[in-house]
Unconditional design. Structure first.
Length: 134
């Protein structure tokens, strides 16, 4: 049996993290190895724990999700990224794409879509929520 795919979740709202953890637990091939509520801690946990996928909110205290991604990519750490956001604006989506993220998940759909998103990302595909504005 393969080891579980390691997931880190970073969002400053505990209720979002709890919902995602509970959804992810429904699939035994994934394991949540860390939860973070702000950017600097997220960056340090990614360095330390080396998750396979990091699910990051854009807006977090101390350092936003985009800056965490920039720093991780500068250090060439092999982490796939899923942006988790309430922002449906195309500008945020474009910035995420320019950083090479593997998924873009809108919070209102996140609980329903998270397993499909993680499966797509692990399979090498890009995943995005359907409700983005153009």
């Amino acid at each position: 049996m393969k080891p579980p795919i390691k997931i880190l979740i970073a969002d400053d709202y505990a209720i979002i993290r709890i919902g995602l953890v509970n959804s992810i637990k429904s699939d035994p091939k994934f394991e949540v190895i860390a939860e973070c509520s702000q950017g600097v801690d997220t960056l340090n946990k990614i360095r330390q724990l080396k998750p396979d996928i990091a699910i990051l909110d854009i807006s977090m205290p101390e350092m936003d999700g985009f800056e965490v991604i920039r720093r991780v990519k500068q250090e060439n750490l092999p982490v796939k990224f899923v942006i988790l956001t309430m922002y449906k604006d195309y500008e945020y989506f474009q910035e995420a794409l320019s950083l090479g993220v593997n998924g873009y998940l809108i919070k209102e759909n996140a609980i329903d879509d998270i397993i499909d998103c993680l499966n797509a990302v692990i399979g090498g595909d890009f995943y995005k929520s359907d409700c983005l504005e153009d």
